[in-house]
Write a protein that binds this ligand. Structure first.
Ligand SMILES: [Zn+2]
Ligand SMILES: [Zn+2]
Length: 173
């Protein structure tokens, strides 16, 4: 019997977990160039303000994409990347961040956010916040991959996401 995943199955972070935090949903897919560039731009703005933020790259983990869709639907906004959340609340996309940055509004909003002295790229993962899975080394599969169809989900590595990646132990929390 077909089972359609209900919306509540998708894990959306509790608001309290994001208190005082900035979360930026981005993509490293370069297919849509403008989207990619907007993500770079917004990331740069937050880096320039030297505030701590968590980036959720939906190209590296589709769960982030599902999570974003649910969160945007709740506030009636399109999930067009990048999307920024602050304190767990929807803030906006590239245009909004750009205009808030120019007006100084963003600066005011960021006063309560934790600072980073020297923004640096994580040495462990190179800034991707993900690492190839240590269990399956990114192959995602047991040796039975070629014998069975994808419906044999139990045979797939459960230690990593659909791309064979695990969150970086150094920077993703
Ligand atoms: Zn890292
Ligand atoms: Zn794995």
């Amino acid at each position: 019997m077909m089972q359609f995943p209900a919306e509540k199955v998708i894990h959306v972070p509790e608001l309290t977990l994001e208190f005082g935090r900035i979360v930026i949903y981005t993509t490293s897919f370069r297919v849509v160039r403008t989207t990619f560039e907007r993500c770079e731009l917004v990331r740069k703005i937050f880096q320039n303000h030297r505030v701590k933020f968590m980036e959720k790259n939906i190209a590296l983990d589709s769960e982030y994409g599902k999570e974003l869709e649910v969160r945007c639907r709740r506030v009636g906004e399109p999930p067009s990347l990048p999307v920024v959340f602050i304190d767990g609340h929807y803030l906006g996309g590239a245009e909004k961040i750009l205009s808030m940055n120019e007006s100084g509004e963003l600066q005011d909003l960021l006063t309560k956010i934790e600072r980073v002295q020297h923004p640096h790229t994580c040495q462990t993962c190179g800034g991707f916040a993900f690492m190839p899975c240590s269990m399956c080394h990114g192959s995602k599969m047991s040796v039975f991959r070629n014998c069975f169809t994808d419906s044999f989900k139990a045979l797939k590595c459960t230690a990593c996401n659909e791309n064979g990646l695990q969150p970086c132990p150094s920077c993703s929390h």
